[in-house]
Ligand binder design. Structure first.
Ligand code: SF4
Length: 123
């Protein structure tokens, strides 16, 4: 039986999880160290289809700053982070932009939009 150590990132408590992986059982994994059921859900997801939020910035023309903070509206598959960053790095928006404005729609077919996380007025 294999064991894996994880830190739950669902809330600021950051529980240290020990995951026992037993592929012979229908349930597959047993999770220890979680202070709430969300830790078990997180461990399951992390071992089968890990996802992450992607906070970053894009270039902005005519804004009061040179970069506009953006993020994914929802978590994306971990393996899509670098391909999405390649797309994000090619984008340049123009001020003014309002917080929540969609900067890239459905990035790389993930079904997730990239949105502005602050308002940026024009110079
Ligand atoms: S297991 Fe529950 S209490 Fe612990 S970090 Fe995860 S969400 Fe927070």
């Amino acid at each position: 039986m294999a064991q894996k150590e994880l830190i739950c990132i669902v809330c600021p408590l950051g529980c240290h999880l020990t995951v026992e992986i037993d592929e012979s059982k229908e349930q597959g994994i047993k999770v220890f160290g979680n202070k709430c059921p969300r830790g078990e859900t997180y461990a399951n997801k992390e071992l089968t289809a890990p996802t992450r939020m992607l906070p970053t910035t894009v270039k902005i023309k005519n804004g009061i700053l040179n970069r506009l903070p953006v993020k994914t509206e929802a978590p994306i598959p971990k393996e899509m982070i670098f391909p999405c960053m390649a797309v994000i790095n090619e984008v340049e928006v123009e001020a003014p932009v309002k917080i929540g404005d969609v900067v890239i729609e459905n990035i790389l077919g993930t079904g997730v939009n990239i949105v502005a996380t602050r308002t940026m007025t024009a110079k």
